[in-house]
Design a binder for this molecule. Structure first.
Ligand code: G3H
Ligand code: 13P
Ligand code: ZN
Length: 326
């Protein structure tokens, strides 16, 4: 059989990754990237820790980096991994939060191995119809599809009170059956960004709704579940940002022990973007503060890349459990 487009780029879809993650009780890391240094750090960190990885691109990232360049960056990253790092870790290229059929199709057509159609903010029947349309197209090309049910709370929402944003477990079987999705993102109390919970300093954050996750697992045994908004907002980097001139007050994320617990369940993919942004910002701020005369981008982007690589090794090893699984 002729090689699929994404296979020609050295990529894999998420089918095997999720099967192994489910059986091995760990989660595949999905790290967002927008530029070369982030991409290098992700690949180097995952090669070093021998972890499978999902390289994740939002529509904003596609606009920022240019969609043509981005595809070749991912292809180049695979080659760097194989030839220079001598690593054969499985690598998927995934569209994060695709919001239209056209965007998903464009990614399938340009070599992505996986796409997310996020129609969770639409009424249920529209979510089903749009998700199915993407699945029908993507599956013709072997590309796996992530759907979403339930809407992640934003910082402006009261996570504890705003119950209706959580995934309704009663819908999940019907949704998966009608759409044919390969994985399902659910809403159990996480949110995007660096301000996930409204808590006062010293107060602990409300626990994730593991009861909803358990209900979903019961209704969809062995089916891959995805957790968005899963940055821990590592306080070491928040403090570094604030120390060197930044202003991030009450930035809090999901505690690592809760993510470890999720990774051992049917959660097979854990999305992390904000933690990487914090590391990069913290290190650049430190270099600028300590060496105000420095003006070579390599002298601040290089250390930021190195620290991001360390964070990725630590996440894969201590949180996701994906280290050594490639
Ligand atoms: O879920 C959102 C991701 O963190 C991507 O964010 O749309 O700003 O690139 P972005
Ligand atoms: P964070 O903002 O918690 O990193 O979440 C990222 C995400 O869900 C990307 O889809
Ligand atoms: Zn997300």
């Amino acid at each position: 059989m002729a090689k699929r487009l994404y296979e020609q780029l050295g990529l894999v879809n998420t089918t095997e990754m999720f099967k192994k993650a489910m059986a091995g009780k760990y989660a595949i890391p999905a790290y967002n990237f927008n530029n070369m240094e982030q991409l290098q750090a992700i690949i180097m960190g995952c090669a070093e820790s021998k972890s499978p990885v999902i390289l994740q691109v939002s529509s904003g990232a596609r606009k920022y980096a240019n969609q043509t360049l981005l595809k070749h960056m991912a292809e180049g990253a695979v080659q760097m991994c194989r030839k220079d790092l001598k690593s054969d870790i499985p690598i998927a290229l995934h569209l994060d939060h695709g919001d239209t059929f056209e965007l998903c199709k464009s990614c399938v057509d340009s070599g992505f191995s996986s796409v997310m159609i996020d129609a969770s903010h639409h009424p249920y029947d529209e979510n089903v119809a749009l998700t199915k349309q993407v699945v029908d197209y993507a599956h013709k090309y072997g590309v796996t599809v992530e759907g979403e049910l339930g809407v992640l709370a934003g910082i402006e929402d009261e996570v504890k009170a705003d119950k209706h944003t959580y995934t309704d477990p009663a819908q999940v079987q019907d949704f998966v059956k009608k759409t044919g999705v390969d994985s399902l993102a659910i809403s159990i109390g996480t949110s995007h960004g660096a301000y996930k919970f409204k808590v006062k300093p010293g107060e602990s954050v409300p626990p994730l709704r593991f009861d909803i996750l358990a209900e979903v697992e019961k209704r969809l045994p062995g089916f891959p579940i995805v957790l968005h908004g899963a940055s821990s907002v590592v306080q070491e980097y928040v403090q570094m940002i604030n120390k060197y001139g930044g202003k991030m007050e009450n930035a809090v994320g999901v505690p690592e022990d809760q993510l470890r617990k999720a990774a051992k369940s049917a959660v097979c993919k854990i999305n992390i973007d904000s933690d990487g942004r914090l590391v990069v910002t913290a290190v650049i701020r430190k270099v600028f503060a300590e060496k105000p005369s420095e003006f070579d981008p390599r002298k601040y982007l290089g250390p930021a890349r190195e620290e991001l690589k360390k964070l990725i090794v630590a996440k894969n090893t201590n949180v996701l459990g994906s280290a050594g699984k490639a």
